[in-house]
Every structure is written in C-alpha cells, then in structure tokens.
Design a protein. Structure first.
Length: 317
C-alpha cells in the first residue's frame, strides 16, 4: 500500500513547520499543474496568444481551475507580450552602432527603438580646445540613459527626460566639466525633432567659437547677433570682404581683435596690448582708413564686429 501524500503546512506559532496529509484540493492542484507542464512540453510556438485557452483545457472541465487558468493565462500572455516587446526593442537598439548619430542626422530609426526613447531630449554639443579631454566626466555629469556620439571635433550628448530643474542641474554639471576651457551649446526638442535641435546647437557652437566667446554654456538666445549676421550668404560674404584687407596687416588685425574682446574699451585694449593709448588710437585710425569703417564710432564698431564674425565663421566652416 502506497504512502499517503503529504504536504508542508504553514509555520506554527513556534516557528516550526509540520507535515500533514495532503487533502483532495492539494491533489487536484498538483494534478492540474502536471497537466499544465505536459501542455508546455507540447507547445511548439513562441507566440503567447492562446495560452489562456491551453491552460483552460488543462483544467479538464473543473470550473474553479478553469477560472484560475483563464485569469492566470491572460496575465501570462500580457507579461510575455511586454517581455517580447522590450526584447525586440533591445535587439533593434543593439543593431544601432550609433543611434545618437542616426537621430541627430534625421536618419530612419526602427519604430520599436523610437518608441523606447524618452519623449524629450536635451541636446548638448560640447567642445574642448583639447579634443581628447573630459569625455568620461561629461558622460557621468549628463546622468543615466544618455546617448553619445562625436561630430566635428565635438561630443554630442542626448540627455533624456528633460524638465526645467533637471536641465538646470545637468547644464551646471556639464559647465563645471568645462572648467572654463571649453564650450557647451544647448537645445531642447521632442524626440521626433532631435535632428532640428542638433542643427541649432551645432550652429550655436560654430558661432560661439567663431565669435571668440569665452568658455561656458550657450543657447541660440546668446548668439542672436551672430546668427543674424551669418543667416544670409550674400550678407556674410560682403561683411567678410570688409575685413579681408586687414589680414595683410597682422598688428592691426590683432589690435582690432583685442579691442573687440575688450568690448571696445580702449583703455583696457591698450593695457592688454601693452601699448600706450596714443599708439592704440593711431592704429585705430589706420584700421578705419583700410576698411572704411571707424572702430571708434558706434556704427563702425557694429560693422567691424559683424565683419570679424563673418570672417571667423567662414574660417571655422
């Protein structure tokens, strides 16, 4: 005669577990689980739909187990569907050797990959005078989930899920990584417009470098004058032509550059050049004679600054 089936009961108050004979419900559930395992061994597809029906069949007409199979099977179908979707997205993502590069250039991205991205991104273009400097620190400062690539001697970071507070914090952290020796150009866009945001940030970077701006973080609002100067090719060419004759006079070119950097403060420019103020005034007269615009007048200063920007943009480009 076979031994009666037994099961572990729940822990007693004393913290010990005891054996007791299995009742009919225990045996019914064990038999049901055995039929479920057998059905699993016969399952020959990786599709999750239909699992609820298979499990209900294993219930063998038992209404209570059939309801358990229906509910449990539906939950299992949902779980496996979510798992497959994420696995598919991960596989598609792995095929992208440079997802950030595809996004910033507007190339096609698999729908399941696009669906898995954050709804909005901070696009950060970072450039150091030393091209190899600071990359690990930048990635750490940007936080988790960041997509990264390199373009035109700059690091491009796509930072997900931006909001006002997080943007301010990340901008501060990235700026600290620069340590005053690099530039950070920023834009924000929904994931569908990342390419447009990158184009804006790249323009900001180009204008910041061309305009001899000090290291720091910049947005399009910080370079509106430079952007206006360079937005029309014919205007840019004409402005560059104004300043071109000055390139043959190295001392005068340096003088105008230092004057612009000093925000047209002639006393400061003279100190920075280590020359007497009268010497500076003489050089400025020669600049006016060569270019046709007097750097000591408001109008002349505006045109010459714009001309220097146009020339620098052409050189950088």
């Amino acid at each position: 005669m076979s031994e009666p089936a037994v099961r572990w009961d729940s822990p007693t108050d004393a913290g010990r577990r005891r054996l007791r004979p299995a009742d009919d419900d225990d045996l019914r559930l064990a038999d049901f689980r055995a039929r479920v395992r057998a059905a699993g061994e016969r399952w020959v597809t990786d599709r999750q739909d239909g699992l609820a029906a298979v499990l209900a069949e294993a219930a063998a007409g038992d209404p209570e187990l059939a309801e358990l199979a229906r509910v449990g099977g539906s939950l299992l179908e949902d779980f496996l569907d979510g798992f497959r979707r994420q696995a598919g997205a991960d596989q598609a993502l792995a095929l992208h050797r440079d997802l950030a590069g595809d996004l910033i250039h507007g190339r096609d991205v698999a729908p399941e990959v696009l669906a898995g991205l954050a709804s909005r991104y901070l696009i950060a273009v970072v450039r150091f005078p030393d091209a190899g400097r600071g990359r690990p620190a930048l990635h750490e400062a940007a936080g988790t989930g960041v997509l990264k690539t390199r373009r035109d001697n700059a690091v491009v970071l796509l930072v997900p899920d931006v909001d006002a507070d997080r943007t301010a914090r990340i901008t501060k952290q990235l700026t600290q990584c620069l340590a005053g020796k690099g530039w950070l150009a920023l834009a924000e866009r929904p994931k569908e417009e990342i390419a447009d945001g990158y184009a804006e940030a790249a323009d900001v970077m180009r204008l910041v470098v061309a305009g001899r701006r000090p290291g720091g973080a910049y947005r399009i609002s910080d370079v509106l004058v430079e952007y206006a100067v360079t937005s029309h090719e014919r205007v840019t060419e004409n402005l560059a032509a104004v300043i071109k004759p000055l390139r043959a006079h190295g001392v005068l070119w340096e003088t105008l550059t230092v004057l612009i950097d000093a925000d047209y403060n002639r006393n400061k420019a003279a100190r920075d050049l280590f020359i007497h103020r009268s010497t500076l005034d003489y050089r400025l007269q020669r600049i006016a004679s060569i270019t046709g615009f007097d750097p000591t007048s408001g109008r002349g200063a505006q045109v010459l600054t714009a001309a220097m920007i146009a020339d620098a943009v052409a050189t950088v480009s």
